[in-house]
Design a protein around this ligand. Structure first.
Ligand SMILES: [Zn+2]
Length: 125
């Protein structure tokens, strides 16, 4: 087994891989199962990334809240717009990430259901 560069995206992959795990480029005979594995891995990676982004967004929101507290001198004075804008933007970003995570989970569920149906069919044959 050697490491080669994907002809499409140039990332390093195994010479035995029939499908590039980064961009999905097909290097050989690809079965439906290979595609399923590729799609499942993509969804898992995407969910991992989205979770990381959501933690980052929450952290920045808390930072914005701290800024708001500091800027208003402990909620005594009206704050400047900076912390409010930061908090509004991170709240919006959090909502977007949640929607993307919801879609990701729905895709994963649909894929699992298909796999269950597939294996059920296999048993009946
Ligand atoms: Zn590739």
């Amino acid at each position: 087994m050697a490491i080669i560069a994907c002809p499409d995206c140039g990332k390093k992959i195994s010479s035995r891989a029939v499908i590039c795990s980064y961009c999905g480029f097909q290097l050989g005979e690809v079965t439906e199962q290979d595609l399923e594995v590729y799609r499942a891995r993509k969804l898992r990676d995407q969910r991992y990334r989205l979770n990381m982004i959501s933690y980052l967004v929450i952290t920045v929101f808390i930072g914005g809240f701290g800024w708001y507290w500091w800027d208003s001198q402990g909620f005594v004075r009206p704050p400047t717009q900076g912390p409010l804008i930061l908090m509004a933007l991170t709240a919006l970003a959090y909502l977007v990430v949640r929607v993307l995570l919801f879609q990701n989970r729905r895709s994963q569920r649909a894929m699992r259901k298909k796999q269950v149906l597939g294996s059920g069919l296999g048993r009946n044959l």
